[in-house]
Design a protein around this ligand. Sequence first.
Ligand SMILES: Cc1cc2nc3c(=O)[nH]c(=O)nc-3n(C[C@H](O)[C@H](O)[C@H](O)COP(=O)(O)OP(=O)(O)OC[C@H]3O[C@@H](n4cnc5c(N)ncnc54)[C@H](O)[C@@H]3O)c2cc1C
Length: 259
Amino acid sequence: MPYSLARHPFPPAERRLVLAERTVLARAGTDSFVRLRLVEAVPGELAGFVAPGGGDHVTVAVGSVEGGDVVVDDGGSTRAEFRTETVVDHSVDEGWIDLDVLVHGEPGAELGVIGPWAARAPLGSPAVMRGPKGSVVLSGVPGEVVLAGDDSALPAVRRYLRMLGPSITGHLLLETRFGLAALGIEPPAGLSVSILPPDPQRSSAALAEALAALRAPADPLERFVFACGEQSLVAPGRALLAAWGIDVERAVLKGYWKR
Ligand SMILES: Cc1cc2nc3c(=O)[nH]c(=O)nc-3n(C[C@H](O)[C@H](O)[C@H](O)COP(=O)(O)OP(=O)(O)OC[C@H]3O[C@@H](n4cnc5c(N)ncnc54)[C@H](O)[C@@H]3O)c2cc1C
């Protein structure tokens, strides 16, 4: 039976959390993947939190890298910049959520907003989390999958792989220099795995080319496609879905960041 993909909106929620643990999972050149465990700033903050979909994500605003407060306006509303991160794991009962943050740049000179905080903010530093705004839930078992992602999509790819189970077949295309085992990514035997070297001047171009080289599905209703990376992946990804006869609403195709 063909799989289905259902989109469920959730009511807006903003939660106050505190950095409780940091684990460096893997390094690749000057980049690293850091797992952050955020815990409730006060008991009950995570009440009602759900994230059942493989790619479910939250947005996070952080304070200064020295552990300062998250910026708010005179009315107490959060004014800091938010960054989007995939929900890796969570426990409402125990009051924690884990996020895997890709940190770019030399230690001590990390780029961006959440990267330096993920790398260096003292334990106990505050953060504000919004979402998930909704969930995209895959039901049934697709006849085959095409999972394609760059570093920023590795946490979502890992969740999809775990949800799809060991007997899934298809293609796994990853544009990454990270070791998959260190990130807990264990591709099932039925997936043909292509590891593509990233080209920083043409982010996600290798993914787009590898996707375009795949054969069209025998049955478009049986191929589930997840393809997420740099924004430039979206236009060729859409064209390819159309050529394969796959409705874009039955796929997950998203720009996770912009160059
Ligand atoms: C649905 C969704 C889920 C996501 N899940 C995750 C996740 O689980 N983990 C994760 O690390 N990211 C994830 N991302 C991507 C993340 O939101 C962005 O990469 C974010 O911009 C990083 O913020 P920053 O403060 O580190 O860097 P920014 O301030 O955004 O950027 C700093 C510099 O780094 C560059 N940059 C940003 N992201 C990347 C990248 N991936 N590769 C190369 N250069 C980059 C920018 O172009 C800029 O030059 C997700 C995005 C979406 C939309």
